[in-house]
Design a protein around this ligand. Sequence first.
Ligand SMILES: Cc1cc2nc3c(=O)[nH]c(=O)nc-3n(C[C@H](O)[C@H](O)[C@H](O)COP(=O)(O)OP(=O)(O)OC[C@H]3O[C@@H](n4cnc5c(N)ncnc54)[C@H](O)[C@@H]3O)c2cc1C
Length: 573
Amino acid sequence: MSDSNEAFSERLFPTLTAGQVDRLATYGTRRAMRRGETLMEPGDDHPRSFVIVRGSAALLRVAGVEETIVQVIHAGQFSGEVNLLMGRAAFVRVRADDDGEIIVLDRDQVLRVLQLEAEISQIVMRAFILRRAELIARGYGDAVLIGSTHCAGTLRLREFLTRNGHPFVYIDLDTQEDVQALFDSLGITPADVPVVLSHGKVVLRNPSNEAVADSLGFNATVDLDAIRDVVIVGAGPAGLAAAVYAASEGLDALVIEPAAAGGQAVSSSRIENYLGFPNGITGQELAARAFAQAEKFGADFLIAKQAAKLRCERRPYTVDIEGGRSIAARTVIIASGATYRKPEIQRLTDFEGSGVYYGATAMEAQLCAGEEVVIIGGGNSAGQAAVFLATTCRHVYVLVRADGLADSMSRYLIRRLEGNPRISVLAQTELVAVEGNGHLEHVTWRNGKAGAEERRGIRHVFIMAGALPATDWLHGCVEADDNGFLKTGGDLKPDDLAERHWPLGRSPHSLETTLPGVFAVGDVRSGSMKRVASAVGEGSAAVALVHRVLREEGLSEPSSIASSSRPIFASRP
Ligand SMILES: Cc1cc2nc3c(=O)[nH]c(=O)nc-3n(C[C@H](O)[C@H](O)[C@H](O)COP(=O)(O)OP(=O)(O)OC[C@H]3O[C@@H](n4cnc5c(N)ncnc54)[C@H](O)[C@@H]3O)c2cc1C
């Protein structure tokens, strides 16, 4: 084995010192193991970590009756990976190779170790995350997806499993030999595609994301009956930050997310303006790290479940989940974000972050200095972006579907656009195609009146067609601005409070909505910055306010601290 392979293997399967093993013994159960004894089976929904004190054990991948050795672990080494933190079923069989001794740690015990033993926590977390990356790279998991790249359902499920960091094997019917034999062996037909084979036995035919999540046990250990200190709706940057801070400060936090952790940020191929990442970080990586961090502190996640309704008539509040079940919450953090309106143009999303942008800040202005750019939209944000970009760009084309700007843009902005020789407003014109290899290189627009198409070598398009807040599920429980974004704190005028019957002697806290103890953070909030950093800042700040509300209401003892079964964490304000 080369030095670098050896170093990687040591990080993947590190050996703890005798002192560290002794520390772990104080959290788990020490017991003997017998040669040949099966310690855990794949699909076991109470996954455990085994720390070898004496002897060795094999981690085995099981496919039908076949076993493949993934790794043999010896004294000082331990089993387990990210699934254990999530409380999801085990992927591998663990079998004792020798008579020996082990320490068995269940999920709660592992979480306690991670929170209270800083030195061991670093080694274990790194190993768990690296193991998950290896499982994904090798396609070792408990799911097989059978589909075709030409099938929308297959693409949806691939995206869902990938974004959730769940290892799976993909069988592509377009390249697979003897497809009929595969169909016959599983008792499926082409009409069933995409098919997911879960735990090697359950066959799901064209399943929803939710059905796959349920079958793979994504939410199996989440207690739906508990009254939560805080329910966080949405696991974008704002919701993830709220989850990390809430769980690390001892609150019993549950996050509800219909897709996967990361929100819009996952569409960003490189976030370069987030503090601490001078070379940028992909949205997917930032989300995966934040998700693991929230899991480590003990936050619960309901994945592939959507908040369908907030019941706000009485406390505790209740969040109804689509398809049934409700969760009771002392406080709620609304972090359900927004979606940008996008023109329906093929390949547009391929260039998001590399030629297609939804905001025009100094960073984007620098990227297109001296070049021609296109702005889509006729509202004030499009007008402001045009004036701003014209200071650095060679020429700005503003494409508007309507006859002009009069109905959608403020008069003063229209005058500025008209008076600027670097700006052209093209009315009745829409973008119809984008092309490029890696980065956007050409755009084509069409004038509806003349019917003429024009293709130009333009490398930067700004979509300023507005954003829609994800607030349908609130059914008007809280006050919103004219565009549907939620008003909070100082933005709430006495009239807003009177109309909503604000019941308290105090004014709403800074991120609080017109419902006491219900906060709005990130892109869903009126006046928010629509940036990752601001969403993260608001999500974390809201947790301090949750503590304040719980104290005000005499509920200052969060339920996780009162309950002995949940881990106890570091300091609380
Ligand atoms: C292509 C692209 C590139 C970007 N690049 C950058 C960048 O480089 N730098 C930067 O600072 N910002 C960037 N942004 C903006 C940034 O991603 C957002 O400002 C940020 O993600 C907002 O975070 P959020 O958590 O408030 O909302 P979101 O990211 O929108 O997350 C909201 C979450 O709530 C979930 N949700 C919605 N409805 C419900 C419901 N009913 N129940 C439960 N959950 C629900 C959604 O599935 C989603 O996961 C980019 C945005 C895009 C689209």
